[in-house]
Design a protein around this ligand. Sequence first.
Ligand code: ATP
Length: 355
Amino acid sequence: MARINLDHIRHAYGVRLSAPDDYALKEVHHEWDDGGAYALLGPSGCGKTTLLNIISGLVQPSEGRILFDGEDVTNLPTQERNIAQVFQFPVIYDTMTVYDNLAFPLRNRKVPEPEVDRRVREIIEMIGLSDWAKKKAQGLTADQKQKISLGRGLVRSDVSAILFDEPLTVIDPHMKWVLRSQLKRLHKQFGFTMVYVTHDQTEALTFADKVVVMYDGEIVQIGTPAELFEKPKHTFVGYFIGSPGMNVIPARIDGRTVEMGGQTIDLGFAPKIASGARTELGIRPEFIRLGRVGMPVTISKVEDIGRQKIVRAQFADKPIAIVVHEDGEIPSEPRVTFDQASINIYADSWRVGGE
Ligand code: ATP
């Protein structure tokens, strides 16, 4: 397995353009650990597939280099990069049996037959297709075919990395959950470097050790699920991670205090930002307390989602969400309070000051 270096990568499709906004990838410069499980998470069009395809060699970057364990592979074609890839839709041989489909990548590399048999049996059991081993793939459902694709990605143990592009899209929800956990287990067992593209935060957060959040052609944060939840570096991360996402409220900083919605709150620290500067505060809906004291809010809607209620309200001229326990009271004259510790401060969308 390999450490992956993304060295000042930029990419524009078609004509190379000088305006930064015309780049599908603006500037990606990171090192990803050998054996890491990375999820690329972000909304449609943010550049996830472009980055994955640059790693695999399907797309040549307009600028920058890509290195596997220090070796520059930028100009190597896909087949010489020693990677396994699993795409959104199954890529398998319909006329071969399930067993032979899984054995193919190993036999192709002249792996001894007893080893082929051992690996194939292990993988076929993991994907739940042992009973189908001798069946031709053409008779299988799309769901089963995708499991074979997944198995083919995992069957080799000598690859530099395994790249997944939304591989569970066609799998039913229960099986999705099962395969995700098995993928995690296999990753722990074999320690392969995995890069997994998804726009589904649950998928990214349950599977990856490091989640790479992308927005508009850039990596805006790489972190553990807890880091992304508690200390989002960019307002987009706060909004995208969590359900509902972080509230972003306009405010004005004055030394150690912040003024918003006509109220002044002592932050307990002086953020590195000019006094009087307009800024935004990020507060998770889970960290806002709704009660009879604090700053007034106007409730517009209460959504009952079982064990919790999501209260939609207007605060400081901004719509906010507040998560309340299912038994939580909703006062007739509602007010809110929150701890300083749960506040993140942003200037130009980027987090500033105090830890
Ligand atoms: P999705 O989740 O919808 O697959 P993504 O995050 O993977 O999106 P990309 O597919 O990498 O995003 O696309 C990034 C940007 O590059 C988008 O603006 C897209 O329209 C553009 N793009 C992608 N592929 C091409 C292409 N072959 N030619 C021109 N533009 C492209």
